[in-house]
Write a protein that binds this ligand. Structure first.
Ligand code: DC
Length: 229
């Protein structure tokens, strides 16, 4: 394999990016960076600080925030200086606010710097919305992972119910569609397939099949010895 490989996995909410990205990273022995969790962390701190109406304050939170990941088996634990936020960043309120804070130019600029630094530290699998288009436009492997809207909502529903939360499938589908629309239509770094990304529709693929496809793409690219740097 090349010395340093970046595997970028972008796509809409609920397409299975984080589940798949985590497994691809484990198979390849790469670090896994969940860029969505970083926007969620900014949103959570802004909510806790009562700063949601103040764009400058949110941008300052993004510049100052120190986010770290500690993978433990199936769980990718997320920390800020105040402590662990793994569960706190998965509420519906944080999902909606993460989409909002991610549209602020200062927040995106701050996250870009942090995400590039994380990706420079070694080979990574990074998932999000703009990894292949903006963060690492020269990533050797780019995947745009999709699934149809109802299937994505159904997966999120199963996840929430398994975690002991209550949910309504149609309501979830509406929330996710609204978030994808906002993420796709924002001015800076919108959710968009990179021209050179491989699109994988996972609606009728198992997690294992999707992981196998991406690992094969990474192994094929790794042999060319291209570097992302
Ligand atoms: O992947 P997720 O649902 O955890 O992401 C939360 C929000 O963060 C999502 O609505 C859009 C935003 N996001 C982004 O703008 N750019 C990224 N690279 C990752 C997430």
């Amino acid at each position: 394999m090349a010395n340093h490989l970046v595997v970028a996995i972008d796509g809409p909410a609920g397409a299975g990016k984080s589940t798949v990205a985590k497994l691809v990273a484990a198979r390849l022995g790469f670090a896994y960076i969940d860029t969505g969790a970083m926007y969620r962390a900014v949103a959570l701190v802004a909510i806790r600080a009562g700063a949601l109406g103040d764009k400058a304050a949110i941008e300052k939170i993004a510049a100052d925030i120190n986010i770290s990941f500690r993978p433990e088996g199936e769980i990718n634990r997320v920390f800020i200086e105040d402590g662990e936020i793994t569960g706190d960043i998965r509420t519906a309120q944080v999902s909606a606010q993460a989409s909002f804070v991610s549209s602020l130019p200062g927040v995106r600029a701050a996250m870009l710097v942090k995400q590039r630094a994380l990706g420079m530290a070694g080979s990574v699998v990074m998932d999000g919305r703009d990894v292949g288009t903006c963060i690492f436009p020269a990533a050797q492997v780019k995947v745009f992972l999709t699934a149809d809207s109802l299937e994505r909502a159904r997966r999120r529903y199963v996840e929430l119910v398994a975690g002991g939360q209550t949910a309504e499938l149609k309501e979830l589908q509406k929330e996710m569609d609204a978030r994808d629309k906002a993420d796709s239509e924002r001015a800076i770094a919108p959710l968009k397939k990179a021209g050179d990304a491989v699109e994988i529709d996972s609606s009728r693929l198992s997690i294992g099949q999707t992981v196998d496809l991406i690992v094969a793409l990474a192994k094929a690219k790794g042999k060319t010895g291209e570097s992302v740097l």
